[in-house]
Design a protein around this ligand. Structure first.
Ligand code: MG
Length: 459
């Protein structure tokens, strides 16, 4: 069955040659360029947009198309080549661009590609602005320019170097290098391989890089989950490495494997980063409502505070900027440190994990063991808008004593755990996440939601 092209807050994602073609990409470039000109009417000089891509073979074609679209509405395009998503975010800010574009489908399988948009602050457009871009795209109301005013294309190869410099600035390079850590890096043949290998070399690590070439021919299913990283776990064991790192194809997400070759789960990536940051100072952290309570425990110990946002990287990044957060991110392995940029960055996660190991002299498994973990169950089920509303209403009646946050669906916090029920932005399903210290408690909440669902009327 042909899938629909998905246009959401973070951009467009589809199957190349089916619903995502170069002509659609060019129109999307025109829509984004028109939008940028609309919001920057005060600027006399030409606007520019940085554009980079992950390693998928269709990336160059889609990048060319988006650049054509941008130029046709009078926007200059700065081509960055194969770079990470955080690398594009950094270059948008460093180059004073009005926006950024990343050609990537993130962790989606190889047949997919996508176009992710960033505003001049390096963050994805908020919902109202994303809706404006989508409307310009679907109405095809483009502000085309004549030949003398067309945008120009230039290239810039500084993204990796700039990115590495910014990440090195947040850690003690000598302290890490003194440990001569043995590291295995699995970049799934995505955009992260080259830059991350260079970063690790700068940090004095002995690196075994697997799936390091940016061919876009993914060596395994690209989402950095346990079942997809068995190869990495084996190499970590065989090499007797201190730690293993896995990135998704655009290198904004990071998963960690400990020195025993055990996958520790993406939720721990942010928890470890927070553990390091809060060992130095106290302040605020931000994360979405679906992320583990581990960060609350770590932050509370340091006398800090956690701000919870609706799901979506841009929501977390905005909350971090607004509240001057010292760390933040998402439970899917996305760490954000504003000193590098307001965007999830696997290189930041790597640097902070190594810094924590170097300073404490502890193994990664021991550091993980110090963080009290939770038992998590994730589920999703079909529910249209009306059923979803009924479920949320019934849930509020079922859990009257819980602390409720309704910023995105409903999150109920209990003494022994929490559950989050929310509707998907892209399909008629509800997502459920339950987390508790004790598996029986988690199961009890799952059963309570099952009972609620059985009371909701079918169509
Ligand atoms: Mg990604």
């Amino acid at each position: 069955m042909a899938e629909k092209l998905i246009i959401s807050i973070s951009g467009m994602r589809g199957i190349v040659g089916e619903n995502l073609t170069s002509s659609i990409a060019a129109d999307y470039g025109r829509a984004f360029g028109t939008f940028l000109r609309n919001i920057h009417t005060d600027k006399k000089e030409k606007l520019s947009v940085c554009i980079g891509r992950d390693s998928r073979p269709s990336g160059q074609m889609l990048q060319s198309a988006v650049m054509e679209g941008l130029c046709s509405v009078g926007i200059d395009a700065i081509e960055l080549g194969i770079v990470t998503t955080p690398g594009v975010g950094i270059m948008v800010r460093e180059s004073g661009c009005a926006g950024g574009v990343v050609i990537t489908a993130s962790h989606n399988p190889a047949q997919y590609n996508g176009i992710k948009l960033l505003l001049g602050n390096g963050i994805a457009p908020p919902a109202d602005k994303a809706a404006q871009i989508k409307k310009i795209f679907s109405d095809k109301r483009f502000s085309l320019v004549d030949s003398p005013n067309c945008g120009q294309i230039t290239s810039n190869e500084q993204a990796d170097g700039t990115h590495i410099t910014k990440v090195l600035a947040i850690v003690d390079k000598e302290a890490i290098a003194a440990k001569k850590f043995k590291v295995v890096l699995d970049s799934v043949n995505g955009a992260g391989g080259r830059v991350t290998k260079k970063l690790l070399a700068e940090l004095g690590c002995k690196v075994t890089a697997i799936n390091n070439e940016p061919t876009g021919v993914f060596a395994h299913v690209p989402e950095p989950t346990a079942e997809n990283l068995k190869g990495l776990c084996e190499v970590v064991k065989a090499e007797k490495a201190d730690i293993g790192f896995a990135q998704d194809p655009d290198a904004d997400r990071l998963a960690i494997v400990d020195e025993n070759g055990t996958y520790i789960g993406e939720e721990y990536t942010l928890a470890l980063a927070a553990k390091y940051i809060f060992s130095k100072k106290t302040g605020k952290a931000a994360t979405n409502l679906s992320t583990s309570r581990m960060i609350d425990d770590i932050t509370a110990k340091a006398g800090g505070q956690v701000i919870r946002t609706p799901v979506g990287e841009a929501n977390v990044a905005e909350a971090m900027m607004k509240n001057n957060c010292i760390i933040g991110g998402e439970g899917n392995g996305g760490v954000i440190d504003l000193r590098v940029g307001p965007i999830r960055d696997s290189l930041v996660g790597i640097a902070l994990a190594l810094q924590l190991m170097a300073e404490t002299g502890k193994t990664i498994s021991r550091l993980v063991g110090e963080i009290e973990g939770y038992y998590t169950i994730k589920d999703k089920f079909a529910a249209d808008a009306s059923q979803a509303q009924q479920i949320l209403n019934l849930a509020k009646q079922t859990f009257p004593d819980a602390k409720v946050n309704t910023a995105d669906g409903c999150r109920f916090d209990f003494e022994d755990g929490w559950l989050h029920l929310r509707t998907s932005n892209t399909e008629p399903v509800m997502r459920l996440i339950v987390e508790a210290k004790d598996p029986n408690a988690a199961q009890k909440y799952i059963e309570a939601v099952t009972a609620i669902r059985s009371k909701v009327s079918p169509h």
